[in-house]
Design a protein. Sequence first.
Length: 407
Amino acid sequence: MKFRFAAGAFGTALATTLSIGLALAQAPAPAPAPPPAAAAPAAVSIPDAPKPAQSTAWLVMDYATGQVLAGENVDARVEPASITKVMTSYVIAAEIAAGKVNPDDQVLMSERAWREGGARTDGSFSGFPVNQRAPLRDMEKGMAVQSGNDAAIALAEHVAGTQEAFADLMNSYAAKIGMKNSHFVNAHGLSAPEHYSTAHDLALLGRAFVRDFPEAYAYNSIKEFTVNGITQPNRNLLLWRDPSVDGIKTGHHSGAGYCLMSSAKRGDQRLVAVVMGSNSERQRADDSLALLNWGFRFYETHKLYEPGKPVAQLKVWKGKADQVQLGVAQPLLVSVPRGRYAELKPAMEVPKSLVAPIEAGQVIGTVKVSLDGEVVAQAPLVAIGAVEEAGFFKRLWDAFWMWWESD
């Protein structure tokens, strides 16, 4: 098969290592060029991530790729406590985007919301007066900053009629995000038998919230909020410790322990950390910041290929054009240990024969990127443009040469 690789984000040196697989089986890649005489020293091995002093589950995730850089018990079932309110905020933001509710809506602090989540319940509360209304955006800040259980219930009732119906929305959106091991029965996170999640699912939620609804996410960086003359601080201590931290949410009750999902951005890189089941407010902050610092120190994120830009050019039979350019439909990113970007090995898997017609966007094969023999990123290869079927005589001629080359 005739093919030509186009220049990509890897640059010429890495592009020469790409190989084409015949019938979806990879052929050996050509040997890379020898390193220059003044090659950089070998990368230092990465130390283990700083394990939290006490936790039921923890992880640190690269935001751009969703890759878990380190963690323990990441898929174990845990009680999410008030981190649940991130799911509540996500649903509200999605419903606003769909035009179903409005930030200016007047939300009622119902009797139920006040009794189940107000000041007399010994839980986190916002302080909005019972049977009075407040703008949705203010009620949401009371939930995000003050972790108000009362505000969460009131918002759920406003969006879906009842908290139970709102929980159905939560589970629907969770499934779309890819939270495969989570189930929600309330909007606030107080303990319930069928209310659970995992550290991995919660990190996916935090990542989706930052990506999909940055304006709503920004409420979580507010350090204090005043309702009805009562000012309460944000319980995320990292907002005061590190200027790169801009969220996201704390949680605590007796069954869950002290929990924190945090996120920070330094330069173009963002990380998400989750610590569940810590033994104190201070400890969860200490452990979370240590994980973030470790991730930023030892990993870097790169964009390998941009959508719409050719990765390769392949021979096409029986088409009006003899070649088709292949690329990726979404940006292909990868997180690697710092200093090892140049060691990435890209390769392609494509069919043995490519026959027109080909539609624009049609999946043709796969590009995979490996480090130390392990695939660290992959994406479908799609046709950047269409190739129409040729006329009768061109098809006949190509059929002969396909037969000849297969012999």
